[in-house]
Design a protein around this ligand. Structure first.
Ligand code: PLP
Length: 365
């Protein structure tokens, strides 16, 4: 990306004016346009009221957001449900598997609480067995009792990628559920070609939307298996049929029930801003910056956690919370990971080489 379009993008993301913001793995930078869409939509609703016209706006904002998320994933809009977070999508889809006592779910040892929480609930409340192995070995761990595999597409700990080819084979027989919190908007996904049953992601991270949005891609091939429990008005094809109402056959059956018009419009605005750059360029530049940082750190004798080509990088530091605080004092925003020896750095298409240098200046001082 040449300097002019990069500067234009950076001007749209006000946090970058003062801050080396390297934290999209938690929450991406909010654009002025995104904040305006949220504020304007709320103000309009306050002034005009929330009658039928508001719901017309809501329906078209949902369609716009669904299309924007689908494009970011490389998927069909009809296969994308709108959720409130990655965690929300994971809970919905894991419940929809209707696992029984004695069924086994294989997961990895480095998962986020957003996946571990629903898995622990399945174990504690439904008698499901949960077995955790290293992410790289997950496909080999599948055994006769395994009814599902649920794991990160990209690890939140170090940016490692799941073994996609081996999991594609697994996915021919049993449902593979990807936690794509660090995948959606961060790397090229194409869930259909991953051969998974479901792929869930976040709106507030790499897609730079407000907190409170996410997506759940569901495979049409697993439609008979994935039957949701939490159904409301928008999930039903003919709500007026009362107890006889059936859910939509497409991914709308998994939509969260309370995504406002203003939230959907803000999420779509954020995602479209990135789409306008071109997704290939977004993915290439984001991962390229992390690769560059890795090379510089390794040359300087620093230990970087093993990673794949993603925009996440974790570097070993003796006291990560203290280092995070020192970086914050210098205007560099990253995160530390509880109980791990790392500072985690997230590089987005919006970041500049100077942002990386500001990080290095403090890290290597
Ligand atoms: C791998 C992973 N899964 C799940 C989550 C939770 O995401 P959300 O806040 O969208 O539920 C995160 C957030 O950091 C994550 O990194």
């Amino acid at each position: 990306m040449s300097s002019e379009p990069l500067q234009d993008l950076r001007n749209r993301l006000p946090v970058l004016a003062q801050t080396a913001y390297l934290n999209a793995g938690t929450c991406g930078p909010l654009a002025w346009a995104t904040a305006d869409a949220l504020a304007d939509g709320t103000s309009r609703a306050a002034v005009v009221g929330r009658g039928p016209a508001y719901f017309e706006v809501l329906v078209s904002a949902h369609a716009r957001l669904r299309a924007a998320y689908a494009e970011a994933l490389g998927a069909e809009p009809a296969d994308v449900a709108l959720t409130t977070s990655t965690t929300d999508g994971l809970g919905r889809v894991l419940a929809a598997l209707r696992l029984q006592p004695g069924d086994e779910v294989v997961t990895s040892t480095d998962e986020h609480p957003g996946l571990l929480g629903p898995l622990a609930a399945l174990r504690n409340l439904s008698g499901v067995t949960v077995r955790a192995v290293a992410l790289a070995d997950i496909a080999d761990a599948v055994g006769p009792a395994t009814r599902a595999v649920a794991c990160s597409h990209v690890s939140w700990v170090n940016g490692e990628r799941a073994p996609e080819d081996a999991l594609r084979e697994v996915g021919r027989d049993i449902p593979v559920i990807y936690d794509g919190a660090q995948g959606a908007g961060a790397i090229a996904v194409d869930p259909a070609s991953l051969g998974c049953a479901a792929y869930t992601g976040a709106g507030q991270k790499w897609l730079c939307g407000p907190v409170g949005l996410g997506m759940l891609w569901v495979s049409p091939a697993w439609a008979d298996t994935l039957r949701p429990f939490a159904l409301s008005y928008g999930n039903l094809a003919e709500p007026a049929r009362g107890l006889d109402a059936e859910p939509w056959p497409d991914a709308r059956r998994f939509d969260a029930s309370a995504i406002s018009a203003e939230m959907a419009s803000a999420g779509a605005t954020a995602t479209e801003l990135l789409a306008d750059i071109g997704w290939e360029q977004v993915f290439a530049r984001s991962a390229g910056l992390a690769d560059l940082l890795e090379q510089t750190l390794r040359e300087g004798g620093y230990e970087v956690a093993p990673r794949d080509r993603t925009p996440l990088l974790s570097v070993v530091t003796p006291d990560p919370p203290a280092m995070r605080a020192r970086l914050a004092d210098a205007g560099v925003v990253v995160r530390d990971l509880p109980g791990r020896p790392y500072i985690r750095v997230s590089t987005g298409v919006w970041n500049s080489e100077q942002d990386l240098q500001r990080l290095l200046d403090v890290l290597t001082a």
